[in-house]
Design a protein. Structure first.
Length: 241
């Protein structure tokens, strides 16, 4: 009986690129389009196995990854996992199919946006212009990502991201992390999907695992919260102390 729910963020929590952690040795995700791969460290693998070998634990990947990115990683093919939260909670997958009730809720929420995603995309496009240091992507009409190239000078990145913050987007949350600047509709929050699944499954115990400050809201819905060392959350706590 699976009466424990483990909600776990993926990137920089369960695995990461070699650039971010050269100690990663176990390949777990590959993007054929970009050539980027992600790896687990031995410690991350042991952490995952600690829960995956328990018949009482239902592991639920809880990620901002889109469907293609999620399918690029080993978890999407694992027989141990039948549920996942993707697109910052835009989709709940159950056995590879969208959970219908949640799908209807998200569809209705998008219809109520004052500034549709397509209009915001055009506004951002004008700000970026022909600046080759940045790319703008639409994540399957769930959210927008402005990505600075690795070789983009920090002052240029800072200036553009500062200009993006001046956009009047009350319906959107801004997630900024290193080279990424993401506009996410405010109803796309991992915590809402986590709340929904907790109410649906009524577990006896819930665990939330993540690395970034934006993961904290969903982690706080859980009985216990876990984060890796050197995570953004750890930096926050160190700054407070």
């Amino acid at each position: 009986m699976q009466n424990i729910l483990l909600f776990i963020d993926l990137d920089d929590t369960l695995f990461q690129t070699k650039r971010k952690n050269p100690h990663g040795i176990i390949p777990v995700s590959h993007n054929a389009k970009t050539g980027r791969s992600s790896y687990m460290t031995e410690a991350q693998e042991l952490f995952f196995e600690l829960f995956s070998h328990s018949e009482r634990v239902k592991i639920i990947p809880t990620t901002a990854r889109d469907l293609q990115q999620y399918n690029n990683c080993f978890l999407s093919r694992s027989p141990l996992i039948d549920t996942a939260i993707i697109y910052f909670s835009g989709v709940i997958l159950e056995k590879g199919v969208e959970e219908k009730q949640w799908q209807q809720h998200i569809k209705k929420s998008f219809s109520q946006l004052d500034i549709p995603l397509s209009k915001l995309f055009t506004q951002i496009e004008k700000i970026i212009g022909n600046n080759s240091h940045f790319t703008l992507d639409n994540a399957d009409d769930y959210y927008l990502i402005v990505r600075a190239q690795i070789d983009c000078p920090k002052n240029i990145r800072k200036n553009l991201f500062s200009e993006l913050k001046t956009l009047k987007t009350p319906d959107y949350l801004i997630h900024q992390n290193n080279r990424l600047f993401v506009f996410v509709p405010n109803f796309l929050d991992k915590r809402y999907a986590v709340q929904y699944l907790i109410e649906k499954h009524q577990p006896e115990l819930t665990l939330g695992v993540g690395d970034s400050i934006t993961d904290l809201p969903f982690m706080l819905q859980c009985d216990f919260r876990i984060f890796p060392k050197n995570a953004q959350i750890e930096e926050l706590f160190n700054a407070i102390n």
